[in-house]
Design a protein around this ligand. Structure first.
Ligand code: PBG
Length: 327
């Protein structure tokens, strides 16, 4: 009997045929580079658990942003690391706080060549390391925390952020931030909501990167990895509160969630390839267990295939520079 004439292998025969018929493509503009900026240092410090990732001084952060922009990276997102912490994370909303100083310097350098974003959270700035302010019982107080987030958002927008990204997972945070931004004249500053954020072990290396003081976990405000519908609920709330971009985090272990969210919303969907995802690949590659470049490429493609418009990844600048050669 003749073989079936329908042969999928025809389109896999050469690199050129595979390239022509690819359903998903990577582009530098789809990548967002996280940048850590630490107060009081004068040269970059490598993060032990994330080889190749640095805590930057303001000057070296500007360099990192300029390099990212030069290779066409879609955006950079800044995370500030203060020298002094307190109970309410006062420096997070101080016009002279580390994030705001870095924002002004980065925006001055890159202008509109790339999108300049900042993470809104208190965890890097608080002595207890939680994402919000604590109430009398020692729990994170939702409504007090979102007032602080709104103050941080306005400070970041005043410093020139094009996009602010609330990552604290407090209920109602997007609506309050939007209202306070608008009242301060920042109607054009967009909000990228960490709408879906799981309480994940994949954030481990990040906590070292930002010198987190957290003891315990964030399970009373970040999501349970067992849940799917809860993510739909979180997304619908953030859409109703006027989020401009919806983010899902982590990325690779949560491709089902990215796909579901991409189907649900008519907004751009970002996915955060977290510090743990980065560190796993780097560690395995350093041992010779994985091909580093192939694994990076495949993981980024998988996240795009699931439906993410853009990817926050510690490999953004490197990948953007290499993509053309990946075919
Ligand atoms: C909060 C924040 C975290 C990450 C991004 N924003 C840490 C957390 O919620 O514990 C994690 C990023 C990563 O792991 O790469 N500031």
């Amino acid at each position: 009997m003749a073989a079936n004439p329908d042969r999928p292998r025809r389109l896999r025969r050469t690199p050129a045929l595979r390239r022509l018929t690819a359903e998903v493509r990577l582009a530098p503009s789809a990548l967002i580079q996280p940048i850590f900026v630490r107060d009081g240092i004068d040269h970059p410090h490598e993060v032990r658990s994330m080889p190749g990732v640095f805590q930057h001084s303001v000057d070296s952060a500007v360099q990192a942003a300029a390099t990212a922009a030069a290779v066409g990276v879609g955006g950079v997102i800044l995370f500030g690391i203060p020298s002094v912490k307190d109970e309410i994370g006062a420096e997070a909303s101080d016009p002279d706080g580390i994030t705001q100083r870095a924002l002004r310097a980065v925006v001055r350098e890159v202008g509109d060549k790339t999108v300049v974003m900042a993470d809104i959270n208190l965890d890097e700035y608080t002595t207890h390391g939680h994402s919000g302010v604590l109430g009398p019982g020692g729990d994170v107080d939702n409504d007090q925390s979102i007032i602080r987030f709104a103050e941080v958002a306005v400070a970041q927008a005043d410093a020139g952020a094009h996009v602010v990204a609330p990552s604290g997972m407090m209920d109602g945070q997007i609506g309050v931030i939007r209202a306070r931004l608008d009242a301060a004249g920042h109607q054009s500053v967009a909000v990228m909501a960490y709408a879906v954020k799981y309480a994940s072990a994949f954030y481990g290396p990040f906590r070292e990167a930002v010198r987190s003081s957290l003891v315990g976990n964030r399970r009373t405000y970040q999501q349970d990895p067992a849940n799917i519908k809860e993510s739909a609920r979180e997304v619908l709330l953030d859409v109703a509160e006027s989020a401009d971009i919806i983010m899902v985090k982590p990325a690779l272990p949560y491709l089902d969630i990215i796909a579901k969210v991409a189907d649900m919303v008519h907004l751009p969907v970002a996915a955060y390839q977290t510090s743990g995802e980065y560190a796993m690949v780097e560690a395995a590659a350093a041992q010779g267990t994985l091909d580093r470049t192939e694994t990076i490429r495949e993981s980024l493609l998988a996240i795009r295939r699931a439906g993410a418009t853009s990817i926050l990844t510690y490999w953004a600048t490197e990948a953007a520079d290499a993509i053309a050669g990946w075919g």
